[in-house]
Ligand binder design. Structure first.
Ligand code: PLP
Length: 222
């Protein structure tokens, strides 16, 4: 745990950017310690792990789901999750909508975009997201609310490339805002920036940075 670094990051944040402390793989004691410092937004990437932590930790924690979500796992988080950042297909959004309806709630969601050069990262292209937003299914989904976009930059030392990718995500946000969400005040979030690149993400307009290892220390596995 690096509480000093945590406060350093907080001091760097403009009004428009919030910090999600990414606590995946970390014990509840670490989360409680950061909670006691005032942190309320936490990020997890495994549904069962998030559920287990939610059950034992303070109920005013806002849980952000940031990992690839399998449809058969949505049920674990649907009753309480604050926001799902990783909607990467229409079929996933349809399933989230179903579970949200079952739980009598509307789940805030972000559309994840593929902005990195790596093959392995999940997400829509701009064209795919347009096709979904213009399609016949999307208007029937009353239990999800699209609040913006999320992306991960390439894992590289080349910070110019990272900056270009964050700019690309910002451009995607602007295009979708103008085309589909101009009247929708809820569509305002750009989730980008991790331990190695959050200062650049802030400069490029991030509203949520998702920082794990800088605060909690290195993880043994992803
Ligand atoms: C693990 C993870 C993070 C945080 O990564 P760090 O490099 O430890 O800050 C952010 N976003 C996603 C989607 C992650 O899976």
């Amino acid at each position: 745990m690096n509480i000093e670094k945590y406060h350093q990051i907080l001091h760097q944040l403009p009004e428009s950017t919030r910090l999600i402390a990414v606590s995946k793989t970390k014990p509840v004691e670490d989360i409680q310690m950061l909670y006691d410092e005032g942190q309320r937004l936490f990020g997890e990437n495994k549904a069962q792990e998030m559920k287990a932590k939610h059950e034992v930790l303070p109920q005013d924690i806002q849980w952000h789901f940031i990992g690839h979500l399998q449809t058969n796992k949505i049920k674990y988080i649907a009753p309480f999750v604050t926001m799902i950042h990783s909607i990467d297909s229409e079929s996933l959004l349809v399933e989230v909508n179903k579970l949200a309806e079952k739980n009598h709630r509307v789940i805030p969601c972000l559309l994840q975009f593929h902005i990195a050069a790596e093959e392995t990262k999940f997400g829509f292209t701009l064209e795919e997201s347009r096709a979904m937003l213009q399609g016949p299914v999307f208007p029937t989904l009353h239990h999800v609310q699209i609040c913006g976009v999320m992306g991960m930059a390439t894992f590289t030392e080349d910070m110019q490339q990272v900056r270009r990718e964050f700019q690309q995500l910002h451009d995607i946000f602007q295009s979708l805002k103008e085309e589909f969400f101009a009247e929708d005040e809820a569509f305002k979030e750009i989730s980008m920036g991790m331990t190695d690149d959050y200062p650049i993400a802030i400069e490029e307009g991030s509203t949520f940075i998702r920082v794990g290892s800088a605060i909690f220390g290195e993880r043994k596995y992803l």
